[in-house]
Design a protein around this ligand. Structure first.
Ligand SMILES: NC(=O)C1=CN([C@@H]2O[C@H](COP(=O)(O)OP(=O)(O)OC[C@H]3O[C@@H](n4cnc5c(N)ncnc54)[C@H](O)[C@@H]3O)[C@@H](O)[C@H]2O)C=CC1
Ligand SMILES: O=C(CO)COP(=O)(O)O
Length: 452
């Protein structure tokens, strides 16, 4: 008997990751008669439980005959009686039991300490702005004996962090764990570090790596949090890091909907760690995951990076719509169009469409486009209200990566021959060539098209 897996909890690959130990354990738990333990995962429609034979015959009949609608899973679900409370509770318990077994086996994340965390004694964090500080704080909390060292440029801020356990410039309301410290001495900071977390803004990253290359061992894995494209080259952070430090540098990109302040408040958050090195992506999961932070894993580095960079540009568009008080219909239309444009460009570049629907894509797009905590959205709101970009940027001490990234998007659109009306409009507004009002008018006047 095999339940269809529909639940979107980030554990979609459940049948593949349940190994023999879990099969044995599942038998102990009284899950009978299965060669597959898919049944440990509840289906969204709890009534659609097909046997392997039924499932096979259903799929073959639907491929051979389109007229036999009575045998389609949809019809059968509709005809089935509604689930009883008992069924739901039983299904829920199966999920919880599966989760407990899995956690006990792997450790970390939601309880015990993971292997990666156990064998790590020091992590260095490049950049102590809001996000570098927030993620350093997660690491510090995950293991009390872990040394977490922030590399900053400002001695006074280092003193503050070391003496008061507070980053008074970026996150003044939150206390940092005592094992998080700060220094301006990168050489001392990287000494003995097993991982480096990079949270310097994209446009400052080349200068940072070029200046400090001599101190960064070619084997030191870099876990990059920065989201954007370098203006001068159009490069993603993965390409920029490879260019600055060499192709051999181990690298993972972490991205997804994660406001620094909510991470500090320990509010439930999910991100994705992408690397071509599966072991490194898993290490990111093990280092950062905790009861309030889920870390999915991916090997689509390009997709995660393009989605993370472009969502900041789209957030400026969403902000403009709000600043101009164009209404909810306009907001939904512009954000949907932006999602399509990001998918068109990313897939033309070789990214997986599923990544665009994942945490780094639609997940972060929803957060950044709809929530006022976003600095990129705030830039858009103020542009939409008629403020000048120079004044907006001058009044903020924090980075809004979408402003710089916008111009790189146009070069990519030309290179990959993809038309991106909304993202192009943002780039042109940011460049001061048209007003937000003109941009909106022209977007509305574009020819009517088929959806794709
Ligand atoms: N703040 C957030 O909620 C999130 C931010 N991010 C990304 O993380 C990256 C960093 O963002 P934040 O920490 O928010 O930025 P921030 O503006 O709060 O801080 C930037 C940090 O980088 C340092 N920095 C700036 N220029 C530098 C240079 N030339 N050399 C060395 N250090 C330099 C600053 O001193 C500061 O410590 C960005 O790419 C952002 O998109 C990603 C997820 C969430
Ligand atoms: O990337 C972010 C949240 O995931 C932060 O977005 P902003 O840089 O727009 O604040």
């Amino acid at each position: 008997m095999a339940a269809r897996i529909k639940l979107d909890t980030g554990i979609k690959a459940v049948p593949h990751i349940i190994d023999e130990n879990l099969r044995v354990r599942a038998r102990e738990l009284g899950v009978h008669g299965n060669t597959s333990y898919d049944c440990l995962v509840p289906s969204r429609t709890t009534t659609t439980v097909l046997t392997s034979t039924e499932e096979h015959s259903t799929s073959s009949s639907s491929s051979s005959s389109s007229s036999s609608s009575s045998s389609s899973p949809r019809t059968r679900t509709n005809n089935a009686s509604p689930p009883t409370t008992t069924t739901e509770v039983a299904e829920w318990r199966k999920l919880v039991r599966w989760s407990k077994i899995k956690r006990r086996r792997e450790g970390g994340g939601n309880g015990g300490m993971s292997d990666a965390l156990r064998r790590t004694s020091k992590v260095v964090v490049f950049g102590g702005g809001s996000f570098g500080t927030a993620m350093a704080s997660v690491l510090g909390q995950n293991k009390a004996s872990l040394q977490v060292v922030l590399v900053l440029r400002d001695e006074a801020l280092c003193k503050d962090i070391n003496e008061k356990c507070i980053n008074s410039r970026y996150l003044p309301d939150y206390e940092l764990p005592p094992n998080v410290s700060a220094t301006t001495d990168i050489e001392a900071a990287v000494e003995g570090a097993q991982y480096a977390v990079h949270a310097v803004p994209v446009q400052a990253s080349r200068a940072f790596f070029t200046k400090n290359k001599a101190h960064i061992a070619p084997t030191l894995p870099i876990i990059c949090l920065s989201k954007g494209l370098e203006v001068s080259s159009g490069l993603t952070m993965a390409d920029l890091i490879a260019e600055c430090l060499g192709e051999q540098q181990p690298l993972a990109i972490m991205s997804g909907p994660s406001f620094a302040v909510e991470v500090m408040q320990q509010k439930p958050t999910s991100v994705v760690a992408a690397s071509t090195d599966v072991a490194l992506a898993k290490t990111c999961q093990q280092l950062f995951a905790c009861p309030y932070l889920r870390v999915n894993q991916s090997n689509d580095v390009l997709g995660v990076e393009i989605a993370g960079a472009l969502k900041n540009v789209l957030a400026i568009a969403a902000g403009i719509v709000d600043g101009m008080e164009l209404g909810h219909n306009a907001m939904a239309a512009i954000v949907q169009q932006g999602c399509s444009e990001i998918r068109w460009l990313a897939t033309a570049m070789g990214a997986e469409p599923t990544t665009i629907f994942g945490l780094a894509g639609v997940g972060d797009i929803m957060l950044t486009c709809f929530v006022n905590l976003s600095r990129n959205r705030t830039v858009g709101v103020r542009l939409g209200k008629g403020e000048k970009l120079e004044d907006i940027l001058a009044s903020s001490s924090q980075v809004a990566e979408g402003v710089a990234t916008a111009s790189s998007v146009l070069a990519l659109a030309q290179e990959y021959r993809v038309s991106l009306p909304v993202l192009t409009a943002v780039a042109t507004v940011v460049a001061g060539k048209i007003s937000p009002r003109e941009a909106v008018y022209e977007i509305m006047m574009l020819p009517q098209i088929a959806e794709r």
